[in-house]
Design a protein around this ligand. Structure first.
Ligand code: AMP
Length: 214
């Protein structure tokens, strides 16, 4: 299965991607993860992307389109992939369609995880990610993580640089302006499936899994 996860920052795309990977073993294609790795390694890509990311702006379309095209051709994408955080603009969605056609691949499901707007700021500022295993937690709903230690592997829990209140507000504005139109884009193509994301990660996954297994 080739799956796209759509949703606002904080909707739970990364969490659902991790559950899909655990259950089905698909390749995870997260442009945010690729870019954060490039920033951490101070590669030319990372140095170019950091300014946009720190402000909560989108990295230019041509940059991320190139990354995803290359990533789709890696061998692990053969077993199925999950697009998480890409596309984020109509230009990216059009480019994805062209790239998939060129590669002889298709999208099997576009899953929109819908979360009420006022819950997103709280989720994003409470988000912590394990430096070691990448697991994602919420310090408010999972108070056992407030000590900064990953309950899964004992690694250090970090807050993303762009999960501060100032940057989050801009990211949500950018989402409304540039990315939310993709919901109508895929609906018009008859590909969109929506799940209610205002629930526990496990409950949301019940619906996601049902779509994937249908
Ligand atoms: P994410 O981890 O998906 O929330 O992405 C973190 C940041 O990386 C975003 O706020 C953007 O600055 C950048 N980014 C990730 N994916 C994309 C994309 N598809 N297009 C443009 N910028 C992106």
């Amino acid at each position: 299965m080739n799956i796209m996860l759509l949703g606002a920052p904080g909707a739970g795309k990364g969490t659902q991607a991790a559950k899909l990977i655990e259950a089905f073993g698909y390749a995870h294609i997260s442009t945010g993860d690729i870019l954060r790795k490039a920033v951490a390694n101070q590669t030319p890509l990372g140095l170019a992307a950091k300014g946009y990311m720190d402000k909560g702006e989108l990295v230019p379309d041509m940059v991320v389109i190139g990354l995803v095209k290359a990533r789709l051709q890696e061998p692990d994408a053969e077993k199925g992939f999950i697009l998480d955080g890409f596309p984020r603009t109509v230009v990216q969605a059009d480019a994805l369609g062209t790239a998939l056609a060129e590669l002889g691949k298709t999208l099997d499901a576009v899953i929109s995880i819908d979360v009420e707007k006022n819950a997103l700021v709280e989720r994003l500022t409470a988000r912590r990610t394990c430096k070691q295993c990448g697991a994602i937690f919420n310090v408010v709903s999972q108070p056992e993580t407030a000590n900064g230690v990953c309950p899964a592997c004992g690694g250090e829990l970090l807050q993303r640089d762009d999960d501060t209140v100032e940057t989050v507000t801009n990211r949500l504005d950018v989402y409304e302006r540039s990315t939310a139109p993709l919901i109508a884009y895929y609906k018009d193509k008859g590909m969109l499936r929506s799940v209610n994301g205002n629930r526990s990660a496990d409950d949301v996954f019940g619906d996601v899994r049902a779509i994937v297994e249908a």
